[in-house]
Design a protein around this ligand. Structure first.
Ligand SMILES: Cc1cc2nc3c(=O)[nH]c(=O)nc-3n(C[C@H](O)[C@H](O)[C@H](O)COP(=O)(O)O)c2cc1C
Length: 322
């Protein structure tokens, strides 16, 4: 303590990153996280194949926010050529930093040889990182797990290859692919990655608050943390944690008035991004997360999941905070 900013290409960034989460960290959510302070945020994973095909929905996922700094795209794919093309498209769309997904455990992704499946093929990892680094002048970062399974925890080897090929920063989720999200993240296993390379390193997995962040940093020796699920329904948490790591003082949790204002603002952003009909469906999960721990949350969730208009959702929110 305190943890200094991290060098990421020409950017100096806080030591707390928001994790990419497909179906969650769209522009509306990222804007809401950034309302509380600037820290690195990332697009949801973007399939390099779809990006290269010019899929409109995929390209819309690269709608960055004016205050996003740096503008960070996560690409997922299994062929160096497609990754290189997608990297160029990302740069044209305004990306300032690239991230390569080598940690996604979802069957559909690993069956295609992407995400965490790449960790089983170190020579392909080398080619993919090489292709991404040489496609543009943008810094390339890599997000991985400890390995495919307990018997194959090769994150240090993958990290070394990535460093040799010119990667700028590494993020390691302290679980194997076989673990999916079960059990607890093994932060101490991330230490071997830091010992294998000189690159800045982020530890990820089960970081919820100041205590877990401190414990993860101590166990892993990492330079910073990446926070995912704890920020669902609590978009103020990443920047609170960043303040804590930078200054040693934890800001007060936001008042109920601020929380209420945050949900309404997030909902308005979802309506703006997706239009009313789609926003009703997309916002349900977020509203349920925001309601956690509040009196009346169970009834609120039932109403929210049945609501068909934004006006109905707003009414339910008014009632929840009444
Ligand atoms: C709903 C959801 C979607 C996710 N999508 C992605 C993704 O698109 N790319 C990625 O690298 N990781 C993805 N992850 C993994 C997270 O980035 C993170 O590594 C993981 O949740 C562990 O961190 P946490 O314990 O702080 O949530 C996703 C996780 C969740 C829960």
């Amino acid at each position: 303590m305190p943890f200094p900013p991290i060098k990421l290409g020409s950017h100096l960034v806080p030591p707390v990153f928001l994790a990419p989460m497909a179906g969650v960290t769209d522009a509306a959510f990222r804007a809401t996280v950034l309302d509380f302070g600037v820290l690195p945020t990332m697009t949801e994973m973007i399939a390099s194949e779809a990006c290269v095909r010019g899929n409109a929905k995929t390209l819309r996922m690269m709608d960055f926010l004016p205050n996003e700094s740096p503008k960070l795209v996560q690409l997922v794919g299994s062929t160096p050529e497609r990754i290189a093309e997608a990297a160029k498209i990302s740069a044209d769309q305004g990306a300032e930093v690239l991230n390569l997904n080598m940690g996604c455990p979802v069957r559909k992704i690993v069956q295609g040889g992407s995400g965490a499946a790449l960790m089983k093929d170190p020579s392909l990892v080398r080619k993919i990182v090489h292709a991404a680094v040489h496609a543009t002048s943008l810094p390339v970062t890599v997000k991985m797990r400890l390995g495919w399974e307990a018997e194959q925890k090769n994150a240090p080897e993958i990290a070394r290859l990535a460093e040799e090929e010119g990667a700028a920063l590494l993020i390691v989720h302290g679980r194997t692919r076989a673990q999916m999200y079960a059990g607890e993240a093994d932060w101490s296993a991330v230490r071997a990655v830091g010992q294998a390379v000189r690159l800045p390193l982020l530890v990820n997995g089960d970081i919820r608050d100041a205590e877990t962040a401190q414990a993860a940093l101590r166990a892993s020796g990492a330079d910073g943390v990446m926070m995912g699920r704890a920020a669902l329904g609590a978009p103020w948490l990443p920047s609170q944690l960043a303040s804590y790591l930078e200054t040693g003082a934890l800001p007060h949790p936001p008042s109920q008035a601020i929380r209420r204002q945050t949900v309404f603002r997030h909902l308005a952003r979802m309506r703006e991004s997706y239009g009313e009909e789609k926003a009703v469906f997309i916002s349900r999960k977020h509203l349920c997360w925001y309601s956690r721990g509040l009196p009346g949350a169970t009834a609120f969730r039932a109403h929210v999941n049945a609501a068909l208009s934004i006006a109905e959702l707003e009414q339910q929110l008014e009632a929840l905070w009444a």
